[in-house]
Design a protein around this ligand. Structure first.
Ligand code: NAP
Length: 309
């Protein structure tokens, strides 16, 4: 049986992928979007999105993700919930293999975003999902009234700490430097909270516990001294790494992101990269959405151009 050839296959249903789907469908492209988790990408786990234009009071990440999904579906985008195993980008039509089947398309937009970076320290794998989490919005409620730690000093870590401070007894923010990376406004909001305690210039060395997770061994980077911090939960927010493991033959930059400029074109003709997965200076929802619009327009123009050849 002949496999259907889509005009466009989009990998990832975050802000970049779903914006691309809206633009592609409105341009008349037969479009399929693949997502292994719930639509929305990382933003679905953000409790409050305050810097996306058009929402003066902010919007919850979950509501925003759902609105993105609905908008793409309204224009007829097909969303497939499946995990991609491999991509053959060596010849057109391109082939994507997912657990549920094989798909072909004239163009591909890679908008798979990034996955949370792990600390890679002793005890981490023992307590993942059993005390250690990457998502405060998803798991915060399990630690109601307890003492927890957040590792990291960026916007995610500080946003998580504020969110958790409304649920937990004490939230320790553990950051490896004296200065936070997070924006000034959000950092001031966190400092104003009585139950957020900053443990600066400290790094986690080891997670410990018995049957249950019990705490973290911290090392002071200035003095070298170690101490134990007793907490019942720990949220890691130390950034993300691009999710490119299933891709072959595409040029990456020295940090592992897909090498693509503002036009989203990659080293392979007909393949575009949008959002956090590509080389860029500002990884935000607004820049991911903009990438999606550009990538879909590029895909449309590529199809038109190759029709004439
Ligand atoms: P990030 O900005 O890369 O921050 C990661 C943090 O983890 C940094 O403070 C970093 O320390 C620390 N870190 C990294 N590796 C570490 C290690 N091995 N051990 C200890 N600490 C480590 O990541 P993010 O906070 O997830 O933010 C990612 C992007 O999303 C940013 O552009 C951010 O502005 C954006 N974002 C926006 C919003 C929003 O607008 N609502 C919310 C969340 C995120 P150093 O500071 O020392 O490097």
């Amino acid at each position: 049986m002949d496999v259907k050839v889509y005009d466009l296959m989009i990998i990832g249903a975050g802000p970049a992928g779903l914006t691309a789907a809206v633009y592609a469908k409105r341009a008349g492209l037969d479009t399929v979007v693949f997502e292994k988790l719930a639509p929305g990408g990382q933003i679905a786990n953000t409790h409050l999105l305050e810097n996306y234009p058009g929402f003066p009071e902010g919007i919850s990440g979950a509501d925003f993700a759902e609105a993105l999904r609905k908008q793409a579906v309204r224009f007829g985008a097909e969303i497939v919930s499946d995990e991609i195993i491999s991509c053959d980008l060596s010849k057109r039509p391109f082939t994507i293999k997912a657990f549920g089947g094989e798909y072909k398309g004239k163009t591909v937009i890679i908008a798979g975003g990034a996955v949370p970076r792990k600390l890679g320290i002793e005890g981490e794998s023992d307590f993942l999902g059993q005390g250690i989490s990457f998502c405060a919005t998803c798991d915060g409620m399990f630690f109601k009234g307890m003492d927890v730690a957040v590792i990291g000093g960026g916007d995610t870590a500080i946003g998580d700490a504020i969110y958790l401070s409304n649920l937990c007894r004490t939230v320790y923010v553990i950051h490896r430097r004296d200065e936070l990376r997070a924006g000034k406004l959000i950092a001031e909001q966190a400092r104003a909270k009585d139950n957020i305690v900053f443990l600066l210039s400290k790094v986690p060395e080891k997670f410990f516990g018995g049957f249950d997770f019990e705490g973290i061994v911290l090392r002071d980077v200035k003095t070298g001294k170690t101490e134990e911090l007793a907490v019942q939960g720990c949220f890691e927010a130390v950034g993300n790494i691009p999710d490119t493991a299933y891709l072959e033959g595409i040029e990456l930059d020295s940090n592992g992101y897909i090498a693509a400029g503002e036009d989203t074109r990659t080293s392979i003709e007909g393949v575009f990269a949008a959002g956090d997965i590509r080389t860029k200076s500002l990884r935000q929802v607004v820049t991911a959405a903009a990438d999606g619009a550009v990538a879909a327009t590029e895909a449309y123009e590529f199809i038109e151009k190759t029709k004439k050849c």
